[in-house]
Design a protein around this ligand. Structure first.
Ligand code: MG
Ligand code: ZN
Length: 354
């Protein structure tokens, strides 16, 4: 009798284990297309003439992006909401509206011994990546933000902005030597980055921002793939944020062709994340935006020719909600309408970290 009950209990555990594993990812890759609303995404789809990786997601939701101070957010408040779960005033980084530092999901993951990383197609000191790492009252304090990278035990960061580490005007610190003292491999070119096989990496490949597409080449997908490769050996799992930064800049310029190019490039980074997640089986991939840029609308075009005609009602951001796409264990949590502040809590509870 007791033996039967024992086997029944074992059978029950074996039955529920797979469904438990199905809900809790070990790794999370969070990709932000800065300024990438639905119109920008569709522009990329039309221009690409073949399906984007983004079209393969089955769990899709809508995110409200307003900030604590404005109907229309900037990337500081937008990034801070995505990273920390707190709406703040436009221009602030990793702080609440009262200028008190708030903890990002990256910090929380680090505290729980997960490996962490940031990859961006701009200077790593720029608003979106900064929101995951730094705490500053103003997004333009690039040197202070660079110094904040030394206060968190982030494993990998790759982007531009070397001058804010190496040629500082506000003090005479050389953050590149300080990073080396903290056991980072500091790499300054893509070939050097691709050679690194393990350990902590500070990839500062450009003095300021990486160039726009197509001059940037495969920087973003390659850096994403390398970051995943470096982080995935972590026994406890990893959190990686990847940003397609320049969709937003093309949006400010109301440059339709460039928006499509930047979306297609970002989609290659999404594909790198999805390829890894499909093989790994324990990785949640989330793709969203911090806000829409340009209040872009699509008026006409040709699917066959890969052409579209766009109009814009702004040279700045808009308040239009943005899509979110999710794949992997826990993906169903990211459907329906929700606030940009919901990500941190959802990700933390899926990763079972506090
Ligand atoms: Mg950005
Ligand atoms: Zn912008």
């Amino acid at each position: 009798m007791n033996r039967n009950r024992f086997f029944l209990a074992i059978a029950f555990v074996l039955m529920i284990l797979p469904s438990m594993a199905g809900k809790h990812p070990k790794n999370v890759i969070f990709l932000i297309g800065d300024g990438m609303g639905l119109a920008q995404t569709y522009a990329g789809m039309v221009k690409n003439k073949a399906p984007l990786a983004l079209e393969s997601f089955r769990h899709i939701g809508i995110v409200k992006t307003y900030s604590a101070s404005h109907f229309t957010t900037d990337s500081g408040a937008g990034g801070t909401a995505l990273a920390t779960g707190v709406k703040t005033k436009n221009g602030m980084i990793g702080m609440n509206p009262d200028s008190v530092a708030v903890e990002s999901i990256l910090h929380l993951a680090e505290k729980n011994n997960l490996a962490t990383g940031v990859v961006s197609a701009c200077a790593v000191t720029h608003a979106t990546p900064a929101s995951y790492v730094a705490h500053q009252i103003n997004r333009n304090m690039y040197e202070a933000i660079a110094a904040d990278y030394l206060k968190v035990d982030i494993d990998v960061f790759i982007g531009g902005g070397k001058k804010y580490f190496a040629n500082r005007t506000g003090d005479d610190r050389n953050l590149l030597s300080e990073l080396r003292q903290k056991n980072y491999k500091v790499v300054e070119s893509m070939p050097a980055l691709l050679q690194v096989q393990k350990g902590k990496v500070a990839g500062l490949l450009y003095e300021d921002h990486p160039p726009a597409m197509p001059e940037r080449g495969d920087f973003l997908p390659q850096a994403t793939q390398k970051a995943i490769e470096l982080l995935h050996s972590s026994r406890k799992g990893f959190f990686l944020m990847v940003e397609g930064s320049q969709i937003d800049w093309a949006g400010h310029d109301n440059d339709s062709e460039q928006i499509a190019r930047e979306v297609i490039d970002f989609d290659k980074a999404v594909k790198a994340a999805l390829d890894f997640a499909r093989e790994d089986g324990n990785t949640l991939v989330i793709v969203t935006a911090d806000h829409e840029t340009g209040a872009m609308s699509l008026l006409d075009g040709s699917i066959m020719q890969g052409e579209f005609k766009a109009a814009y009602s702004s040279g700045n951001h808009s308040g239009i909600p943005v899509p979110v796409y999710a794949f992997g264990p826990g993906a169903a949590e990211f459907t329906g309408f929700f606030e940009n502040t919901a990500f941190k809590g959802k990700i933390a509870s899926l990763l079972r970290i506090k």
